[in-house]
Design a protein around this ligand. Structure first.
Ligand code: IFM
Length: 449
């Protein structure tokens, strides 16, 4: 039975939604945009569900004004979007492409005009293909180029943007992209994965320097990590140790360098040989002070000891009888546990939930409504747990739903729908779902009634 206790959030709490460039924009050949690794990957046979790609996606590049109207009707306080690096620097290096910058410039102005705070993310996985051809993230030079890209973006938007996010979910880029090969660039090489972890973190540090130097006074900078809680499958010592190893690679491998300036020793004992040579200043650059940490939470992991998996010797299970979405277990208490843990172990000045959401099958009923009641239940239960964490002292300042629109869910293509707004991918027509109307009410009431 879901918890129905009313909760009022602190005044000024930031309610919003999140999206990313490749998942919604389309217009891949327009206004000088270069090719990204996701264009290449999604057009490679067998890499995505039924060969889906995002050449058109939700056509947000052309329909952004309509999408802005939807944001206004939701009453959003914040909109998190990502900037496509190949629109700004088609080859990943060199001068900025004015048409690419202009797109985000117009968007930022229009958001501010409507009283919606823009939260741009510099990188949500769409690396320029030209940089991939020179070695991609496993090449240390890519981190340097990222610092320059951040500078170009900040020079254009830094007079108006108050909140910057450097990277989205570097864990996914490193491990799904370079170890499992399920995401672009589709590499399966432990050494490439280790180098990618380090160079993504280094590039984050370079980007913080560029953003600080080119932003308005008081602008806040953070990074978004996909974090989880790792529960042992049983009480056995073996499973508990396995869950701790999972925690090491999933959480501490990114949190420790960013907040403590060092990689966790137990993780390095496991993965050290995968990592590149580091330079003396690297950890100082990576641990540049941040104003907030962005936390993406979807589900927990239930972990057991499993020697079949190299390095980590652990795998996850899906306990019977629990509730699942199309992709993950539904476990709202996990967001409470996670927020409290991040606060207590790392003492960030501020935490923002930069993504939380669910994919469940939904569709338009004959009367034109989308009755996605499971999404409403999921959001309600998670928002309640965020409220509980705030009540217990965690400095959580905002909550952003993933996602505004149904979109291209990477290797799953369009069959996974996360939106508060339904998108018909034949016509790109938008329909507000019941969850969108429900979320608008949450925002109006500043909490759960
Ligand atoms: O769609 C993704 C997003 O790009 C990153 N975070 C998780 C979402 C759902 O899988």
């Amino acid at each position: 039975m879901p918890d129905q206790t009313p909760i009022t959030f602190p005044q000024g709490f930031t309610w919003g939604v999140a999206t990313s460039s490749y998942q919604i924009e389309g217009a891949v050949n327009e206004d000088g945009r270069g090719v990204s690794i996701w264009d290449t990957f999604s057009h490679t046979p067998g890499k995505t569900y039924q060969g889906h790609h995002a050449d058109i996606a939700a056509d947000h590049y052309h329909r952004w004004r309509e999408d802005l109207d939807l944001m206004v009707s939701l009453g959003l306080k914040a909109y998190r979007f990502s900037i496509a690096w190949p629109r700004i620097q088609p080859d990943g290096v060199g001068p900025a492409n004015p048409a690419g910058l202009d797109f985000y410039d117009r968007l930022v102005d229009a958001l501010l005009e409507k009283g919606i705070e823009p939260f741009p993310t510099l990188y949500h996985w769409d690396l320029p293909q030209a940089l991939q051809d020179k070695g991609g993230w496993p090449n240390r030079e890519t981190a340097v180029h990222f610092g320059e890209y951040a500078r170009l973006v900040a020079k254009k938007l830094g007079d108006r943007v108050n909140y910057w996010i450097t990277h989205n979910e570097p864990w996914v880029m490193a491990f799904a992209g370079h170890f499992a090969g399920e995401h672009a660039p589709g590499i399966q090489d432990p050494l490439a994965a280790g180098a990618t972890v380090h160079h993504l973190l280094l590039s984050h540090g370079y980007a913080v320097e560029s953003l600080r130097a080119n932003s308005r006074p008081g602008a806040q900078i953070g990074i978004t990590l996909n974090l989880s809680v790792m529960h042992p499958a049983t009480d056995s010592d073996e499973d508990r140790a396995a869950a701790w190893r999972y925690d090491g690679i999933g959480n501490r491998l990114f949190l420790d360098p960013v907040f403590k300036g060092q990689y966790p020793a137990d993780v390095m004992a496991m993965l050290g040989p995968m990592f590149p040579q580091m330079q003396p200043d690297d950890m100082r650059i990576i641990a540049a002070p941040l104003d907030f940490i962005g936390v993406n939470y979807y589900s927990r992991s239930v972990v057991r000891h499993d020697p079949n998996f190299p390095f980590i010797e652990a795998s996850t299970i899906h306990p019977e009888g629990n509730e699942y979405s199309q992709m993950w277990e539904i476990y709202p208490e996990g967001i409470y546990e996670l927020l409290m843990r991040v606060w207590k172990d790392y003492q960030p000045k501020k935490i923002l939930v930069t993504e939380n959401g669910i994919c469940v099958p939904d569709g338009i009923d004959f009367d034109g409504r989308v009755r996605d009641y499971r999404r409403i239940a999921y959001l309600r239960d998670h928002i309640a747990q965020v409220g509980r964490a705030i009540g217990d002292g965690a400095p959580v300042d905002g909550y952003l739903v993933w996602s505004l629109l149904d979109n291209f869910e990477w290797a799953h293509g369009y069959r996974m729908r996360f939106g508060l707004v339904y998108v018909d991918f034949d016509t790109c027509q938008r329909t507000m779902k019941d969850s969108g109307r429900w979320y608008a009410k949450v925002i109006r009431q500043n909490g759960l009634s």
